[in-house]
Write a protein that binds this ligand. Structure first.
Ligand SMILES: [Zn+2]
Ligand SMILES: [Zn+2]
Length: 399
């Protein structure tokens, strides 16, 4: 099986690169992946697979049934996920497959994920008489934007009928050299919540603060106090980040404004602490504003939960990756405080999200995701499709 998969991955590698380049040149923003969905559907039909289209509007689900033994026992189901959306970034790379859409770019590698999963579809469709069980391919929209395409796909039943016993996802990694794969058991990525504060006071001439309620000073106290929620109330073993990137006090040297707006992000890896931390922050900010004679309107946009890689599943997949890639090419990942909507699957079903190395320093492919110069070493795509196929059939076989 391993040799068959490797042979097919090598055979299809050039096509997978072409698919990725087509997707890269025609990016679509989150929840607007209409042409992408049509393209994916056409590609699947050309392979001989009829997908279910229009799941969460622009998502697709496809099923590959293994037919090695004609058994009536309950079938194992493994889900494989790719995201399809691009970002509102203007591409700065000068490449033949450069984005043809002004201000939209596949800067997070979701073109590579989708192309790889189409490669998996082709490989496993050809090999379907050599394994048992069901592979469920999930092409989801809107990873980059709240509420996250994964949550909508789950709501539309992607984890039912048939219900996967595990979900596997991969993401390009511009910090890991091409040819290598990264895994981490347990906590891996953070929950993400957006914080929006409006601090109101009474503005006026800066020379007469005794007649005013200074929202700049109130907001400053709030910013400092909120960091103490992280340093004093957070369980010390639980990673958390609180950052504020926007603080607008739109007065001048001698004019105190009426209000200050603040925006920030709160990230952590513990759902109980996440709820408690937000509760404390709101209470503290409102209390400080009130005590100082002003008010604070605190709005939270609740984002993705934290991403947990189920330990036993991750250990099994890591061992299978060593089998496929060799031990030297499988690395351990650090915690990453970014968010990812694959986390929604991980809250419902045993899940594993691993990283596909795409860095090539010699060729200058080093830019981070979400930058205008992001690109991948496309030789990663052969691994992206081959390894995922291998992990899926091995997971169906070992369970
Ligand atoms: Zn991204
Ligand atoms: Zn991404």
């Amino acid at each position: 099986m391993l040799d068959s998969i490797k042979t097919l991955a090598r055979q299809y590698a050039a096509d997978i690169v072409q698919t990725r380049r087509h997707l890269h040149a025609h990016p679509e923003l989150s929840f607007h992946e209409h042409n992408t969905a049509r393209y994916v559907a056409d590609q699947l039909k050309a392979i001989g697979i009829t997908p279910q289209e229009g799941v969460a509007d622009t998502g697709l689900v496809a099923i590959i049934e293994g037919t090695r033994n004609d058994t009536s026992s309950p079938r194992r189901v493994v889900g494989l996920r790719a995201d399809m959306d691009a970002l509102p970034i203007h591409e700065a790379n000068e490449v033949s497959y450069k984005s043809t859409v002004e201000g939209v770019m596949h800067a997070c590698g979701h073109d590579a994920h989708t192309a790889s999963l189409l490669g998996v579809a082709r490989i496993l469709h050809v090999l379907r008489d050599q394994f048992d069980g069901t592979v469920k391919l999930v092409f989801q929209p809107g990873e980059e934007k709240a509420p996250g395409g994964a949550s909508l796909m789950i709501r539309e039943g992607v984890l039912e009928n048939p219900a996967p016993i595990s979900m596997i996802g991969q993401h390009v990694a511009p910090n890991i050299p091409v040819g290598k794969i990264g895994f981490r058991e347990g906590m891996y990525m953070a929950s993400t919540d957006e914080l929006y504060l409006t601090v109101r006071g009474k503005g006026g001439h800066a020379a007469m603060p005794d007649n005013l309620v200074d929202p700049v000073l109130i907001a400053s106290h709030i910013i400092v106090a909120l960091q103490q929620v992280i340093s004093r109330n957070r369980p010390p073993a639980s990673p958390s980040v609180l950052s504020f990137g926007r603080f607008i006090a739109d007065g001048v040297t001698n004019v105190i404004p009426n209000e200050v707006t603040i925006q920030g992000t709160f990230r952590c890896m513990n759902e109980e602490w996440r709820a408690e931390g937000k509760r404390r922050m709101v209470k503290l900010a409102e209390g400080i504003a009130d005590a100082m004679g002003g008010s604070c309107e605190f709005t939270i946009v609740h984002g993705y939960p934290f991403l947990q890689n189920q330990p036993e599943l991750t250990r099994r997949l890591r061992a299978q990756a060593v089998e496929y890639m060799g031990a030297d090419n499988v690395v351990d990942l650090d915690l990453w405080m970014a968010g990812e909507d694959f986390a929604f699957y991980s809250q419902v079903v045993d899940s594993c999200f691993y990283r596909l190395g795409t860095r090539n320093e010699a060729r200058g492919i080093t830019s981070g995701v979400h930058t205008p110069t992001f690109d991948i070493d496309e030789s990663a795509l052969e691994t992206g499709a081959g390894l995922m196929s291998w992990l899926a059939v091995q997971e169906l076989a070992t369970l």
